[in-house]
Design a protein around this ligand. Sequence first.
Ligand code: NDP
Length: 270
Amino acid sequence: MDKYLVIGNPIAHSKSPYIHQSFAKETQQTMDYQKALVEIDDFEAFIQQFQAQGGRGCNITVPFKERAFELAGQLTPRAKAAGAVNTLIFQNDGIILGDNTDGQGLVGDLLNQGVELKSKRILIIGAGGAARGCILPLLEQAPTSITITNRTYSKAQQLESEFEHSALNSVPLSELKAEFDVIINSTSASLSNRLPEVEESVIATAHCCYDMAYGNEPTCFLTWAKDLGVAQTVDGLGMLVGQAAESFRLWRGVTPQTSKVLATLREQLS
Ligand code: NDP
């Protein structure tokens, strides 16, 4: 049976086995998908061993995404742009292909939720790995502009200069104007129940606020946005399922339905 793993440290919380096993059932694919806790120093050796034992691919999560990027023998353009890999595909020629499906997961979820991106002004708060991975897929949706802001502003500037795209700019948090249609919180602030330091007026004028974080209740960022009158607030659970669906498609050649799995996960969370 074809074997797949999600690899991270920690990994106990991962919902990926449930998601991929559900996809496999729905698409009638015979495959096995488990989680593996890998010690920090053992990542590369573990991957090589899993490949030698006939593994077909892996999902990679914190803290190994950059090391997976280094390990892959080939990279997709979106993985190159992201500088990080969340999906490894063990190809028949033995070469490991690295891809990054996080951005596709985000864009797919936004579109599924009816959020228009074409000709819209997008603000990304945060300039970490998740922001980096989403820039190219968001640019492909032809927004009017993407503005990146971050607590440590130099990291936002760094992303702007790396991507070198006319629609992409960076602005310090304190200099943001109230001019965005869609605001994406890609910081990890919500995980510790904190808000990024953005003026209320900037948030209040958006049509949609998206938080990549998710939990059993709306995140503090989404509650804040809703209280400020933002019409649509969406958390990152759909992004999680969407990135998994894209990995599954890469491995198995079929695109699974995401709505049922998403509804079950939402129910489990609450
Ligand atoms: P990183 O550690 O790479 O980046 C964290 C970012 O958050 C940095 O920009 C950092 O700013 C900022 N930040 C952290 N704390 C605060 C704070 N209190 N106030 C303002 N900014 C803050 O993390 P990732 O980019 O990998 O992940 C970011 C978030 O996205 C996490 O919540 C993660 O769970 C989520 N995520 C969700 C996915 C999904 O499928 N739904 C997939 C991937 C990520 P600074 O540079 O100044 O430190």
